[in-house]
Design a protein around this ligand. Sequence first.
Ligand code: GDP
Length: 214
Amino acid sequence: STPSDLTLVGAYLEKRLPPSLGVPEVAFLGRSNVGKSSLLNKLVAKVGGDTARVGKTPGATAAVNLYALLGQPKRKGGSLITGAGGAKPILGFADLPGFGFAKLSKETKESVEDTAELYLGKRRELSLGILLVDSRRIPNEDDRAVLAALFDMGVPLIVVATKSDKLKSSEVDMAMAEIRDGLGLPDGQPLRISCVTGEGIRELWSIILDACES
Ligand code: GDP
């Protein structure tokens, strides 16, 4: 087995929440195609794990797909992460494909949103929410509604702008300002990330570990 791995714990719906792994969890939210599975794989690759573990969401209509990250990431000189052997869960990654963005039947949507809301509002292990937005898109009402809901539920949050490699350098400042203003984010956000160039991945790991340690 690889030093660090993502293992699917399960897909959850109908107000059933995953069993506790006894470790902090990070929730990933964003509309489909935003680059969520790519980011999960990139984060795991960074700690020495295998890539392409997370394919298309296993439970497409699940409210919560919980993965356990197995291994032993360590800090090195502040923010660098290295993988090491071990099969213990050290972090949980919760993929919330249905929250806010999914186009679902009314019935499914209610079940998904209720369960996701229960997870976001009540999950003790939840240490950080990561909202993914596409670098090239101006945020819309859905994005703002999701952000407001997370804020209301008291979820510590960071917004990341995905696929930053697709912007020309002359476009970066304007694109980030549009996202920042569109979502009312503080200075320094969104964090630009790219799974192609690796931009922002190390910083994001550092933010994740900070949130999970505090
Ligand atoms: P998901 O639906 O949110 O899980 O999105 P995926 O991770 O499947 O990505 C959707 C598409 O965007 C795929 O074709 C990916 O190859 C592409 N993609 C994801 N991240 C990046 C990135 O950082 N840079 C570029 N150029 N393409 C990306």
